[in-house]
Design a protein around this ligand. Structure first.
Ligand SMILES: Nc1nc2c(ncn2[C@@H]2O[C@H](COP(=O)(O)OP(=O)(O)OP(=O)(O)O)[C@@H](O)[C@H]2O)c(=O)[nH]1
Ligand SMILES: [Mg+2]
Length: 192
């Protein structure tokens, strides 16, 4: 678990990127558990807002961890109520962010352990692979799958995301949280 997590700011324009420290971006479908994941990593109940209804504006929320790096919470993609053009805007903004930022060290793509990967997830996975950013796929809500089916499901997902760092996780049981924390720490220490 990380110490000293502080919300720094929300930005809607990349010119307001705080820069200065390495950054780790959380990306994933709406409701997949990005904010819960950030809260678990930070050991806080409500640092990141859980289940906020996505609006029209695309905001990136910056949380400074241990005065050393940022966890960045992105809005969920594939949200039905958001228009196609807003979804395109989202992809364009993320692409710009990932290709221009000197500080990006890791992208965590969150997918749902039970229902994922959706078509949107696979599109985003391919998009991130093409950008060649360091990537970790985190399958959330593992607790929602019966224990007896978890291994089979894990192996299925590992096959889909082969050659990519893949971790099954749950914000309820906190399974593999330490492993994920270590991966983030290692990536943050790498030079950009
Ligand atoms: N059972 C279970 N529920 C979870 C888990 N992670 C998140 N949730 C629940 O899923 C819902 C959505 O979680 P959020 O963390 O708000 O998801 P998000 O990806 O930040 O959603 P957006 O910000 O809307 O894109 C909430 O009701 C959480 O309590 C998990 O690992 N297991
Ligand atoms: Mg959220």
């Amino acid at each position: 678990m990380f110490k000293n997590a502080t919300f720094i700011k929300s930005i809607t324009d990349l010119k307001d990127d705080p820069g200065e420290y390495p950054q780790v971006l959380m990306i994933g479908r709406s409701n997949v558990g990005k904010s819960s994941f950030i809260n678990a990593l930070a050991g806080r109940k409500s640092l990141a807002r859980v289940s906020n209804t996505p609006g029209k504006t695309i905001t990136l929320n910056f949380y400074l961890i241990e005065n050393m790096f940022y966890l960045v919470d992105a809005p969920g993609y594939g949200y039905a109520r958001r228009s196609k053009s807003a979804q395109d805007d989202f992809i364009i903004m993320i692409e710009r962010y990932l290709t221009r930022s000197k500080y990006m060290r890791l992208v965590c793509l969150l997918i749902d352990f039970k229902v994922g990967p959706t078509e949107d997830d696979l599109f985003t996975f391919q998009f991130l692979k093409n950008l060649k950013v360091p990537l970790m796929v985190v399958a959330t809500k593992k607790d929602k799958v019966q224990k007896t089916h978890q291994l089979k499901r894990t192996n299925e997902l590992k096959r889909v995301f082969s050659e990519t760092n893949f971790v099954a996780y749950s914000s309820v049981t906190k399974e593999n949280l330490d492993l994920i924390e270590q991966t983030i720490r290692n990536q943050v220490m790498t030079l950009g």
